[in-house]
Ligand binder design. Structure first.
Ligand code: 13P
Length: 273
């Protein structure tokens, strides 16, 4: 368990204009540098910033130019389901590869606002993996009061549908894994509500997904009202890790102090501080 890499992702959504995203990225990178955090073994802890589409290029350029040893990586919040070509307004994975190392796929806000089906999510997964980017597949139930087993089987079936759709588009589960697939369990009722899921639910989902996919080392992250103060309990310590391999952070990633505290907790769990 403790050998699994911890992944922390700041999902800034569309909260900030690109100039503010650049400023926030700078404050986070400076914070990491002043804490000596860049020395954490990247095979044990990776930290990704996911700016808005408009912020991807300026934030990636800042990190590359001014903080090349920060270890900070860039994730895209979404990707086109199609390839390069005559697709107005789209961002193909083949182009993102020059900017990002991972892509969030199937976030519940996109499923809700853009009617993204499992089929579309599967096509995106296949595009991302084939381009050499790591897919972060978001899954989550909308059942605040359900029994844990109901929740687990719903998320297992969401996962199976997305993986099946990716396979139909020529990308088998083992190829997704080879590309660095991670699942983010983000219960819809926990996102932006200040009401996170319990660790017990998150761990049951993580175990359930590893069992149903047969991917024993599948990385499962949690997202939904993660606060800095709770990060350590989500991840555990290097002496006793939980089943959760990282955090997908929304609101708390918009303030560098909160986000850096989450990274500190992750570094302790990863055995790097
Ligand atoms: P919050 O942390 O603001 O609840 O957002 C979670 C999320 O949707 C991250 O992708």
């Amino acid at each position: 368990m403790s050998a699994r890499q911890i992944t922390i992702i700041a999902n800034w959504k569309a909260n900030l204009p690109p100039s503010d995203e650049v400023d926030l990225a700078r404050r986070i990178a400076e914070g990491l540098r002043s804490e000596g955090r860049h020395t954490v073994d990247p095979s044990r802890l990776r930290v990704l910033l996911a700016p808005s589409t408009l912020g991807l290029v300026p934030v990636a350029s800042l990190i590359r130019r001014e903080f090349p040893t920060s270890g900070l990586q860039i994730a895209a919040q979404d990707v086109s389901a199609g390839g390069p070509g005559a697709f107005t307004g789209e961002s193909p994975a083949d182009h993102l590869v020059a900017i990002a190392s991972a892509v969030i796929v199937g976030h519940s806000e996109r499923r809700r606002d853009h009617h993204e089906s499992a089929e579309v999510v599967g096509r995106k997964l296949a595009r991302v993996a084939r381009a050499g980017l790591a897919p972060v597949l978001c899954l989550g139930d909308d059942l605040p009061n359900a029994e844990t087993e109901v929740r687990v089987s719903l998320v297992q079936s969401q996962c199976a549908q997305a993986l099946d759709a990716a396979a139909q588009h020529g990308c088998a589960p083992r190829e997704l894994l080879a590309a660095g697939l991670a699942i983010a369990y983000e219960p819809i009722w926990a996102i932006g509500t200040g009401r996170p899921a319990s660790l017990a639910i998150g761990e049951a989902i993580a175990r359930g997904l590893r069992a149903s996919t047969g991917m024993v080392d599948l990385a499962v992250l949690y997202g939904g009202s993660v606060e800095a103060a709770a990060a350590a309990s989500w991840l555990g310590t290097s002496a006793g890790r939980t089943e959760i391999d990282g955090l997908l952070v929304g609101g708390a990633s918009l303030e560098e102090g909160h986000f850096l505290a989450i990274v500190r907790a992750a570094a302790r769990a990863a055995g790097g501080a």
